[in-house]
Structures are given as C-alpha cells and as structure tokens.
Design a protein around this ligand. Structure first.
Ligand SMILES: *Cc1c(COP(=O)(O)O)cnc(C)c1O
Length: 414
C-alpha cells in the first residue's frame, strides 16, 4: 500500500533492503531480525496506549496487550534465568538510565569503562546524561594486552568505593568475567550492573558466561546479537523489581511500545531454540576465523584475537598501515568495496573519537545470513586487499561485485 500512497518512502525502504541484501553488514551491534519479528513490530499493537503494567494500567482496553506483555516478561525471565524482568525500555540508553535511577541517587559514584577503551556513552561520558548526573570514575584495559586487568579494576574499586560498578562494553572483543566483577563489587559494597547489550545473544546461546546469577541488575538491548526488535530489557533480582518498574514508568517513559514488546516476545522464543544456539556458536567461530585470516596477513587486532562476535583492528600497529587517526578513511574504503564497518577508537588511541585509529567489525549479521568459515576467509581476504590499497578504485569495484555475487547465494530472508 505504501507504494501507492508514499512512493518516496517506499522506494527508500526498498533501496535500504537492497543495501542490506547486497553489502556485507559487519557493524557488530547490528543484526537481521526475522520476518516474524518484523511482522509483530509492524502490527496493530502500535495503536494501543498502555501506560502502567499488566493489570495495573491507567486506560481501559488493555485486555490483549496485558497478555502480550505478560508473555514477553515470562519469556525474558525464562530465557535469561532471571528473577524479574521489565520489557518496557525503548532502547539501551534508556534502560541504563532507568537502571541508575532505580538503584542510585544523582551524584552517586559509579565505576564504568572509559568510552575510548570500549565502554558506552551511558557509562559516564561527559557529553551524556550519565556523566552529567553521576560521578563516574573510569577503568580501562591493559595497554599492552588490550585485556581487562581485574586486579587493577579491584584496586580502583577499593580506592574509589563506588556505589555501583558497570561491566559490559561496546568494543571489547574478549570474555567478561562477571563472577570476578561481582566479587569485587561485594568486597567494596557496590551494586553490580551488567550491560550485556552486545553479547546478550551469546549469553542465551550458551557461549558466554551469564551475569544474571551475579549482577544486581542487567540491562541489554534486544537488537544486537539477540536478533530482536530495536529495543531493550532490564533484568534484576526480585527485590529490585519495584524500583526498576517505577524508574521506567513513570520515572522515565510514558506509554510502552506494545508492538515492539510483542516483537521482543517473538525474538525471545526464537532465542530459546536449538537453531539459535547453533547461531551463537557459529557467530564466534566466524569471528575467530576472520580474526585468524586478518592476523595471518599482518593485521593487528586489539588483544590479538576475539572470544566473541567482535574484532577491533588497530591501524597504528598494523604495519602495512602504521598511521594514526585514519580509521574513518579506511572504513570508507571498505564501504567502497561493499564492506560495512565502523571507525572506532583503539585503547590508548593518541587521536580523537572524531578521528579514531581503529576499525570495529563483527559477525552477527553475516552469520544470520548463513556465512560459515569458508565465507569468512573470503571476507578476510577482501578486507586485506582493501586495507593494503585503500585508494585502488578498480580493485574496490571488483570486490564490490564479488561481494554482491556472494550475497546473492546467502539471502537474509527478509
Ligand atoms: C548499544 C549499546 C547501548 C545503547 O543502546 P541504544 O539502543 O543504542 O540506546 C548501551 N550499552 C551498550 C554496552 C551498548 O552496546
């Protein structure tokens, strides 16, 4: 119908679909959700106002959405093994804000990872509400290894005595030891918050340890490795449930997006399947195959590899590049060849976030469309060609066509 009534937007949606079909989408925070998730998120549930919670609404007519939201809550709890779930947060940033509101007072001290080392804006960046409303102290990774040094994290926690420690990152390619974090939090009397936005799908797929038994509160987006709609979720111990609910509504949000809550329920059910377990396993295998292919050709990866879905290329320490602040230029060159990544700071980047020295990429989307190790080696070799000669237009055009041919064999099944 849109085709007839609003050709302009219709055509752009088709154009974007083609782009998603025929380019290698390797932004590690993206994924292709199923047709069924899209179906639920485009449903008439969009039309209902439901401020409040199931059976405790401010408006009438919530008979059906009460059931939808209750199913979403129950599935979320089952999927993650959590005591309590709030499925109303609209996005990851808002979920984090609600988590802070639930457990802290403005001005309280929180310990989070520095943005430029792999943390998130909402973990204390001065340009974000988190850095403005709370007193953040930052930890980072070890300069030599690129790994979290848990002894240093502990020392900082003992020195600073934060009220909360945040674990969970946007650009950390290694396993996070949530048990160790909880021991440190307990030692200093802090809450532990885990923000598993990136790795939620790996956790429920059983290929990354879960923070749920250890953390007081867990936040996550639902659209990254979890492969659901663009949204978020808060899990917590039963005793914090009331505070979390109040923080989300009326503390922060108005009416919940019940169509998206339905789509989350669909995604949670999908994530309980055996297929999803295989997906999570393959996502990591693919990332490790790509890492090996790149490293064998002289590409320097932060931490020299990956345990998860994500890789971070250090262009300064990649000998055949060896330049500071060129992440964007190289990401653009890769895009010319049909390979979509993002420029990102590397730990201890001597340049700025506007001119970062790294490239962040990952395998969730390619794995969803069915790529396995064999395809990842191809992708790695194309990337190396581009990284070695970022200005060779003829080569980039050739690769762009080869990418398209490969993509045709792996339909994302929208
Ligand atoms: C993506 C992400 C968020 C924010 O999610 P939005 O939905 O973009 O607001 C928060 N924390 C981490 C660790 C993330 O990776």
């Amino acid at each position: 119908m849109l085709k007839e009534t609003d050709n302009e937007i219709y055509n752009l949606i088709q154009e974007e679909k083609d782009r998603q079909d025929y380019e290698l989408n390797m932004i590690p925070s993206e994924n292709y959700c199923s047709k069924e998730v899209l179906e639920a998120s485009g449903s008439v549930l969009n039309n209902k106002y439901a401020e409040g919670y199931p059976k405790k609404r401010y408006y009438q007519g919530n008979r059906v959405v009460d059931e939808v939201e209750t199913i979403a809550i129950e599935r979320a709890k089952k999927l993650f093994g959590a005591e309590y779930a709030n499925v109303q947060p609209l996005s990851g940033s808002g979920a984090n804000m609600a988590a802070y509101f639930a457990l802290l007072e403005h001005g309280d001290k929180i310990m989070g990872m520095e943005l430029s080392q792999g943390g998130h804006l909402t973990h204390g960046s001065p340009v974000n509400f988190s850095g403005k409303l709370y007193n953040f102290v930052s930890y980072g990774v070890d300069e030599k290894t690129g790994l979290l040094d848990m002894e240093k994290v502990r020392e900082l926690a003992i020195k600073e005595k934060p009220k909360m420690i945040v674990a969970g990152y946007t650009a950390y390619p290694r396993t996070v030891d949530f048990k160790k974090f909880s021991e440190i939090a307990q030692e200093v009397g802090a809450y532990l918050m885990a923000d598993v936005s990136h790795i939620a799908g790996l956790i429920v797929g059983g290929v990354h340890n879960s923070p749920v038994p250890y953390a007081d509160i867990v936040t996550t987006t639902t659209h990254k490795t979890l492969r659901g709609p663009r949204s978020a979720l808060i899990l917590c111990k039963e005793k914090y449930g009331k505070a979390v609910d109040k923080a989300v509504f009326p503390g922060l949000q108005g009416g919940p997006h019940e169509h998206i809550i339905a789509a989350k329920a669909v995604a949670f059910k999908e994530a309980m399947s055996n297929d999803f377990k295989k997906y999570a396993e393959q996502t990591i295998k693919n990332a490790q195959t790509l890492a090996k292919t790149l490293m064998d050709s002289g590409v320097k990866l932060v931490s020299d590899g990956t345990d998860n879905h994500l890789l971070l290329i250090d262009l300064i320490k990649t000998e055949f590049v060896g330049k500071i602040g060129v992440g964007k230029e190289y990401a653009v060159a890769l895009e010319d060849a049909g390979i979509i990544t993002n420029a990102n700071t590397v730990p201890y980047d001597p340049s700025t976030p506007f001119k970062p020295s790294g490239i962040r990429l990952g395998t969730p989307t390619l794995t969803t469309r069915g790529f396995k190790e064999e395809e990842m080696i191809k992708v790695g070799n194309w990337m190396i060609e581009v990284l070695k000669n970022p200005e060779d237009s003829e080569m980039k055009e050739r690769i762009r066509n080869e990418v398209k041919e490969l993509c045709k064999k792996f339909n994302p099944n929208f």
